[in-house]
Design a protein around this ligand. Structure first.
Ligand SMILES: Nc1ncnc2c1ncn2[C@@H]1O[C@H](COP(=O)(O)OP(=O)(O)O)[C@@H](O)[C@H]1O
Ligand SMILES: [Mg+2]
Length: 469
């Protein structure tokens, strides 16, 4: 089926239109050149004969010699069966004629006063008794002084030319039509061949499935026009592969994370049921179970929050939030835990942003709890708010502790990611805190980055400035 939108069809159409136009123009040019060549040849021949006649007339010195003209002309014109000649004297008397000579009368529209008359540079064409002629006419002077001019008319039957031109035209147009057909077929073949790399790309793309996500198009073997497409396609595959692996890691992490609290619950329950217990002991088991349930419930609600954030369903409120006040409140909340670990908290700077107070609190709270938890040799957690840049507001949470290796930094914000998995139990979360913080900050059009060097770990948040609104 021909699809008018296919590139092969369009290219074929373009090729054939271009070559058809060229062939037609060349055909027209060739046929007009051949035609004018024949005309020129006829004119040269007729003028040659006219010269001959003029020459014969010029030699005539007496009126009696004039009567000899027919004989001398017949000899001179012998062997030219296609040629017709008529010569009339001044009184329109017929002086000479070849046999079967036929002429259009207008060739003899000569001035009656015997003036010089010439129609010898341009051929006149006419049709008579089913024959086609080309002819010229002109006056010719005799050598007799005072004798008025005679008029000679010459014509050739050009039937053989027209017959030739007819077959020439037929052949020419047939050749052109064949040429056009050939360009359609060859153009179609060339377009299909030229587009073969695209089909190859499509075949490779077809073969890519979840199990073969690592397949790539080779950008070296495709033509340069398609290199960018191949590169973009490969990059897309790399992104998809990354997302796909993250997703499958995520589900296996999720299963893993759920397994621990559930197996804890099961063991505790089994142990409790293994023998008779006092009410006090049962109560203890239930309390301990409650802790695990809470942990599970927290994890599930965190996961729900992240799933909503992924789908763009987290729409933060838009209120003016004083960051200084929020951090100060959080310090109040964490005071007890910080005191317990003899960590001191320090807040420097002021700043306001537009956003959702509760969400921002949740994000900051996680950064603070991490910082307190990971404080080691110098027990100081600093929060620095900076509003000096009119474009943005930064908030930095800084603590002294073990340096996080470079390789871990970009992954800290991944779900369930922990630098040291063995600390899993001691941490207060399931490794979702930073992922949630990141999606909250991004829902506020902000950015969050982690830096860690020389025992100082910093989490830096930048918010767009409220001044820009
Ligand atoms: N201030 C910090 N210093 C060192 N490591 C940190 C700090 N904050 C976060 N991390 C690392 O990032 C991981 C992910 O943090 P988070 O998403 O909050 O999960 P969680 O707190 O549940 O472990 C933590 O397990 C920890 O390894
Ligand atoms: Mg945390």
């Amino acid at each position: 089926m021909i699809n008018p939108r296919s590139i092969t069809f369009r290219l074929t159409l373009l090729f054939s239109t271009a070559s058809a136009t060229t062939l037609l123009l060349v055909g027209l040019l060739v046929s007009s050149l051949v035609e004018s060549h024949f005309e020129e040849q006829d004119l040269i021949e007729l003028r040659g004969k006219l010269e001959l006649i003029r020459h014969a007339f010029a030699k005539v010195r007496t009126p009696s010699e004039l009567t000899n003209i027919p004989n001398s002309l017949s000899d001179a014109l012998i062997g030219h069966p296609d040629l017709s000649v008529v010569i009339r004297g001044p009184d329109n008397r017929l002086l000479f004629t070849t046999s079967n000579a036929t002429f259009a009368t207008y060739l003899f529209e000569q001035p009656s006063n015997g003036d010089v008359y010439s129609n010898e540079t341009k051929l006149v064409m006419w049709e008579q008794r089913e024959h086609i002629y080309r002819g010229i006419s002109a006056t010719t002077a005799t050598g007799i002084t005072g004798q008025p001019m005679a008029t000679a008319a010459l014509a050739v039957n050009i039937e053989h030319h027209t017959a030739f031109m007819k077959s020439f035209h037929t052949n020419l147009w047939m050749a052109i039509a064949t040429g056009i057909l050939l360009t359609i077929v060859l153009g179609w073949g060339a377009a299909r061949r030229g587009l073969a790399p695209v089909r190859e790309m499509a075949n490779v793309a077809k073969g890519i499935s979840v199990n073969r996500l690592s397949d790539r198009l080779s950008s070296n073997s495709v033509p340069p026009e398609l290199t960018n497409l191949a590169i973009a396609f490969n990059e897309m595959l790399t992104r998809l592969e990354g997302s796909f692996h993250r997703l499958s890691d995520f589900s296996s992490d999720l299963a893993h994370e759920l397994r621990t609290p559930i197996s804890n619950l099961m063991t505790q329950t089994q142990v409790a049921l293994s023998k008779g217990r006092s009410i006090e002991e049962y109560r203890e088991v239930l309390y301990s179970n409650l802790e695990e349930y809470e942990r599970l419930a927290r994890m599930i609600s965190d996961m729900l929050f992240l799933a909503k954030a992924d789908n763009g369903l987290i729409v933060p409120n838009s209120e003016i939030v004083n960051l200084h006040n929020e951090v100060r409140d959080l310090f109040g909340f964490y005071e007890a835990i910080a005191d317990e670990q003899s960590v001191s908290l320090k807040l420097i700077g002021e700043g306001t942003v537009r956003g959702d107070r509760l969400m921002l609190r949740r994000a900051l709270s996680n950064l603070l709890s991490n910082a307190i938890r990971h404080s080691s040799y110098s027990k100081l957690v600093k929060v620095l708010i900076d509003q000096t840049n009119p474009e943005e507001i930064t908030l930095v949470v800084e603590n002294y502790g073990e340096t996080i290796a470079m390789g871990h930094l970009p992954r800290l914000f991944d779900r369930f990611y922990r630098v040291d998995p063995s600390r899993q139990k001691t941490s207060d979360g399931a490794g979702l805190g930073l992922a949630i913080a990141k999606s909250i900050i991004e829902a506020h059009k902000g950015k969050i980055n982690a830096f860690s060097s020389n025992g100082i770990t910093r989490f830096e948040i930048t918010f767009p400035s409220v001044l820009n609104e």
